[in-house]
Design a protein around this ligand. Sequence first.
Ligand code: LLP
Length: 410
Amino acid sequence: MNAALLPFDAATLVMIADQYGTPCYVYDAETLARNYRAFDDALHGKPHQICYAVKANPSLAILQLFAGFGAGFDIVSMGELQRVLAAGGKASQIVFSGVGKREDEIVFALQQGIGCFNVESEPELYRINRLAADLGLRAPISLRVNPDVDAGTHPYISTGLKENKFGIPHEDALRLYRLAASLPSLETIGIDCHIGSQLTEITPFVDALDRILRLVDALADEGIVLRHLDLGGGLGIRYHEETPPPVVNYVAAIQQKLGQRSLTLLLEPGRALVGNAGILLTRVEYLKPGLEKNFAIVDAAMNDLMRPALYEAWHAIVPVHPRDAVPVVWQVVGPVCETGDFLGHDRQLALAEGDLLAIKSAGAYGMSMSSNYNSRPRAAEVMLRDGEVVPIRQREQIHALWRDERLLPD
Ligand code: LLP
């Protein structure tokens, strides 16, 4: 047994590569379920809703699983909303985040009976109020407040600082809650914040919550009583040597701060639910040893898994069948014509051409950020469930890449 592959096993991965080809994303249903249960169990007995952040991985089958567990969803576009509905999710359990909601998106969400809009600016309040009035509805809203705390994460995925584009400045929040209360087609039901992603400490969450709770209490004093508090997503996972807090500790710290307040707690985890439930399976095409560096060229690339190129993110790379040979330091790279196209730098591996590799912790922001760069069709996806391999997305067909394009007329 190759423990480094867990929860996957070598024989199944070889079978998947043979049948579905590589690169291929492979997800484990049991891990998805266990990750969801960790949150749900930790919150047992307390009013809560876990709203899976769809952007982390929007595959229909994954949404369907979470909907089946009773999850709600955090979405940021009409496309994500339609996906959730197509997968069997309920609109009433969806929160709609994002700084740039278009009119058609707001109207569609209202018509579907969206659970809550997480409003990120003053003009958005007016826009939602006007569109809800046109439809003769009241729109459920919460304000996404920017608590101005440092999440201590990569600058591209930190969202809770003043300098970020997200949310309403903390000092404007009271004024905007009063405004929302005065707009007849809005129903103010909550408060929301999201400070960043891949956080490995509890402190920034607690600091943000502290600031949000001060607002909640100040609002209550003015007679604006909120039903829910949404603390966003952001709990990190272990890619390399990170030691993120266990879900129970994270939830306990939040509960302790919430105290006796009768607020439903919403969380929007993405990565913590799907990240370690998926791998990207790839095959070594060529080995190209060099004077300076050794390159292992694999058939997955930055278009399949963008995180290393974009954030210098580290993903473990594990041979499906470890070789009994002296390891060499490899640059594991893809076929895309960019120096930034790498999956891992300086990896000690014993490799031969044709070897299968598992790129680990690729369940979150892997497939969802993939592209067709270099006219590469997107990877296939399969899910392991009850000992069976279930295809959940076929490899993109080449002709589909230009299906929506037109040649110029003569
Ligand atoms: N809620 C909101 C409003 C968000 O913006 C996000 C993520 C989440 C929830 C989920 O955060 P999570 O629990 O997954 O950390 N592409 C980057 C991550 C970008 C996260 C954007 N927002 C990456 O690959 O690391």
